[in-house]
Design a binder for this molecule. Sequence first.
Ligand SMILES: [Fe+2]
Length: 319
Amino acid sequence: MVDIQPTPVADNSKGSTSRSITVRRLAPALGGEVTGIDLAEADEAMAAEVQALLLEHKVLFFPGQNLTVDQHVAFGHLMGPLEGHPNLKNAYSDHPEIFELAASKGGIADEWHTDLTFMPNPSVMSILNMVTCPEVGGDTMWTSLSAAYDELSPPMKELCDGLTALHDAHPHDRADSMATHPMVRVHPQTGERCLYVNQHFTRRIVEMSAEESDVLLRHLTHYVANNRFTVRYRWTPGTIAIWDNRCTQHHVLNDFEGERLIQRVTVMGDVVEGNPPRWPRWEGATRQGATSRFDRQLNRYLAEHEGIEAPVNQHNSRD
Ligand SMILES: [Fe+2]
């Protein structure tokens, strides 16, 4: 369990140590900066040590690594089986596992999100190489979803524990790429309960009407960004960052000019564990008769994934 209580600054420098590795905690909720390690020389024992640190800190930063693409991919393979990005183009034909994102050639992820939650098995962890970054601006923030869950009131915990939500890849212009997940995810290694909805990809609570879903999602996706749960990192070129997608969200601050180039490998996803829904699906999504336009996407998902046909007249309704 991560200690989310504020720790005096003097204690933050202690961190965990092994061989010459030092971890400096960056915020009470999550985040550790690791020095005294050369990821280019990583072996299985070192990867296991990094994985243990990741469970403790949720996001790790390794400044001054300056890994080549080959070294980055090799380290990624030590951390787990890699997968390519389903929707973004890969500039490296030799390495289908890596993808590159340049701010000058497209958007940045400036909304809070967990990577790839529109997939049935969202990635376990992301390993990012900050190749080029502006001298100032373009920081990234992470938030701890277990800290966020822990601070919910008991009735809100009970409600969220019994709900599921629909996620889609609309930000990648692939709204047809969808998945449903429990709104509270249980981390398979730490057992922590994590609030698993995000502003970028979560569209709809399956068991609620569209209006109710909007109200609750707007609250929760705003709530997870509370400063108490977050860490903000100022980049330097050559830094490697690793984050656990099962218990964090992140977003980039869109406050910079100039080149910001990242390369990322992603460790293949696992099963999202959580409670089964306590209530049936929202009936308005499946009943015969007039169908709200807000229910169409949910109907489509249910028809494709659970064999529940949408009402015949839903496609005739145009606003
Ligand atoms: Fe991301």
